[in-house]
Write a protein that binds this ligand. Structure first.
Ligand code: NAP
Length: 269
């Protein structure tokens, strides 16, 4: 795929970095973006073009578009991967933190997409791949704000898929389950534990103890699935990554809500 270009947000670590490497291995042109230029050096050495992009910064997105236009780069695939998890109970997580979660995971993704679609439209093809989560179809105690942002990503992606079909642009959602990446560090940096408050150790349990037993997947495994979604002629609307994720989706489809409540209560409360 020598002349095809993939643009990836949040490529400084984890799923984004692994995805950039996967496309490079398959001879794609990769435009890897992220907030930290030093961390992008590795991908640059591997052959990627890199650009400093904070998805919450409008000017940064405009600069990216100008970089693409001035370099005559044709974007074939946009992978909206940048994101982090804001954990804490709904009550105790301040609205500022909740807003910040949406600024990155939802409005950041939307702002980049709005600016890149016009660059794809003329070619009559292209693909937008949005990295959602298992949290994009289910919510957990202590994970409500993160889930709310990923549910929003799912809704935006579905609308976008219907809206962009007429231009030949496909939209695919990736729903990863737990994967060991920099995600856990970002969770630690932002979590509202509230251990002295009315919820006690609920959030602590969710973000540390109860996740220890989960085997989860790998960034490379997820990157392989993203690559499949990016290159398959007729991709599915959504792909779930990890067995746990698939199991949760089936459980939600089979069991009545009250039974699901009991399972969640047993696991977390
Ligand atoms: N790991 C999991 O268990 C898991 C499960 C489901 C879904 N996901 C989703 O997968 C995506 C990638 O996460 P990951 O697991 O690979 O975690 P990660 O290693 O922490 O990577 C997240 C990436 O997003 C970037 N980012 C955060 N805020 C940004 C901003 N404002 N502008 C630009 N880049 C920003 C980070 O950049 P910095 O290095 O500058 O912070 C980093 O490159 C996220 O959308 C996440 O919600 C992850």
């Amino acid at each position: 795929m020598k002349n095809n270009t993939v643009l990836i947000t949040g490529a400084t670590s984890g799923i984004g970095e692994a995805t950039a490497l996967k496309f490079l291995e398959n001879s794609w042109n990769v435009l890897a973006t992220g907030r930290n230029e030093e961390k992008l050096e590795y991908l640059k050495e591997k052959g990627a073009k890199v650009f400093k992009l904070d998805v919450t910064n409008e000017k940064s997105i405009v600069d990216l578009v100008n970089f693409i236009l001035s370099g005559n780069i044709k974007i074939d695939i946009l992978i909206n991967n940048a994101g982090y998890g804001q954990f804490g109970t709904i009550e105790e997580t301040g609205i500022e933190k909740a807003r910040k979660q949406f600024d990155t995971n939802v409005f950041g993704l939307a702002a980049v997409t709005q600016k890149i679609i016009p660059l794809m439209r003329d070619s009559g093809n292209g693909r937008v791949i949005n990295i959602s989560s298992v949290a994009g179809f289910t919510s957990m105690p202590g994970g409500g704000w993160y889930s709310a942002s990923k549910f929003a990503v799912e809704a935006i992606s579905d609308s976008l898929r219907w809206e962009l079909k007429q231009f030949g642009i496909k939209v695919v959602i990736i729903e990863p389950g737990p994967i060991k990446t920099g995600f856990a560090n970002a969770v630690k940096d932002n979590v509202v534990l509230g251990t002295d408050g009315p919820y006690g150790n609920l959030v602590k349990k969710l973000t540390t103890e109860s996740t220890k037993s989960i085997k989860g997947g790998t960034a490379v495994g997820c990157a392989n699935l993203i690559y499949k979604a990016a290159t398959k002629k007729n991709p599915k609307n959504r792909y779930i990554y990890t067995k746990e994720g698939k199991f949760i989706k089936i459980m939600l489809a089979i069991f009545p809500g009250k039974i699901v409540d009991t399972i969640v209560r047993k696991l977390f409360l």
